[in-house]
Design a binder for this molecule. Structure first.
Ligand code: NAD
Length: 357
């Protein structure tokens, strides 16, 4: 499996170095034959190539088996005509990575005021309120007069249907419960269409229990009793916000792994950003990227029917739980290790892992 690795901005290089160490250990233990091909995106690429991402990089990613994208300082990238393209949007749109799968769970060894939970936010990734990706070219945000801005939100039957299907398929592998999150009381047409398509897809999955919550009330419900949720499906921006909340509820945003998946390609990417407030200090939690890498291995293993990749993915998840239990973690989740030490301790666990299947 050839993986293109783009460390990114801010804490990206530190957390990606730890993740690469873990991937190499997984490759050795599970005989995956992983080939990590490092390249650049974001600020480094802007300096070197005049653009945060380039067509040549996209071609390279398309020819590989997967992509690991580090966090990007997207807020710095304001003008596409100057090469300041949001790399995250670029890959999601160019590779049609329509499903952003963001799991959040609690771990033994940490105190959780709200009790244990294990849920996945399934976020639509290619349209919604995101002005940089929901129209063919240009931006869907317009300054009408110096004092008036209009932001358009795109919702399509096609995108609603495919994200709903991703959620219901995922629910069949979990506890067969899907929660639809929407604002159909106000966005009657857009979120009405989202709900209509979710219910249409639900008919194909009669064993799955379905409920729904209006997004503002959902914030209260998920903070009050996160264990009541299992698979949550929602539109782009609601999913972006909700998944940061659920990651933090699980202990830290630094535990928020995610996979961006489409029909032909997938990209592992932490749920959080480049964390400039802690960049360069060797204290960022690499678990979010490590767990994203595990999701990428799982995606590849399922697609190509490769049991070793599925086993490696499970072993990484188990190693994360074991590391948290024994306190071999960064300070955001109660440990004392640096980012680099966390990656090395994690790798040592994987090198000692036994192969079950
Ligand atoms: P952020 O997600 O980078 O950080 C929010 C808070 O969480 C900060 O206090 C940070 O220190 C903490 N945090 C994040 N990741 C952590 C980790 N691995 N370990 C420990 N603590 C962690 O959000 P921000 O500061 O608002 O944004 C910074 C930049 O990232 C902006 O340019 C923004 O546009 C960009 N961003 C990019 C992505 C992405 O690449 N997918 C996502 C969100 C934000």
């Amino acid at each position: 499996m050839k993986i293109i690795v783009l460390p990114g901005d801010g804490i990206g290089p530190e957390t990606m170095a730890a993740t690469a160490e873990v991937l190499r250990a997984a490759s050795q233990t599970f005989k995956l034959g992983l080939h990590l091909d490092f390249d650049i995106a974001g600020h480094d690429s802007l300096k070197q190539h005049g653009a945060t991402v380039t067509p040549a990089l996209l071609a390279k990613v398309k020819a590989a088996d997967g992509l690991m994208l580090g966090p990007m300082s997207t807020y710095d990238f304001k003008d596409e005509s100057k090469g300041e393209i949001n790399p995250s949007k670029f890959f999601r749109k160019s590779l049609d990575l329509y499903a952003n799968i963001r799991p959040s769970r609690t771990y033994a060894g940490m105190t959780h005021a709200l009790g244990a939970f294990d849920l996945v936010v399934v976020r639509e990734n290619t349209e919604g309120f995101y002005a940089d990706r929901n129209i063919e070219s240009g931006s869907s945000e317009m300054r009408i007069t110096p004092d008036v801005v209009i932001s358009l939100r795109r919702i399509t039957r096609h995108c609603c249907e495919r994200i709903a299907r991703s959620a219901f398929e995922l629910a069949m592998t979990r506890s067969k419960h899907v929660t639809l999150v929407h604002k159909a009381n106000v966005l009657q047409m857009g979120d009405g269409l989202f709900l209509e398509m979710c219910h249409a897809v639900a008919k194909e999955f009669p064993e799955v229990r379905v409920d729904d919550f209006i997004v503002d009330a959902m914030m209260a419900h998920v903070v009050r009793a996160p264990h009541k949720f299992n698979v949550i499906v929602t539109t782009n921006m609601f999913g972006d916000i909700l998944s940061d909340l659920t990651a933090e509820l699980s202990g830290s945003l630094g535990l928020g792994g995610s996979l961006n998946a489409g029909r032909d390609y997938a990209m592992g990417q932490a749920a959080h950003g480049s964390a400039p407030d802690i960049a360069g200090q060797n204290i960022a939690n690499p678990f979010s990227l490590i767990l994203s890498a595990a999701m990428l291995l799982n995606w590849h293993g399922q697609r190509k029917q490769l049991p070793a990749f599925l086993a490696a993915s499970r072993a990484i998840e188990d190693a994360a739980a074991a590391a948290i239990l024994s306190g071999e973690v960064t300070r955001d989740v109660g440990g004392t290790l640096s980012t680099a030490q966390t990656g090395t301790a994690f790798s040592a666990r994987l090198l000692g892992a036994t192969i079950e299947d």
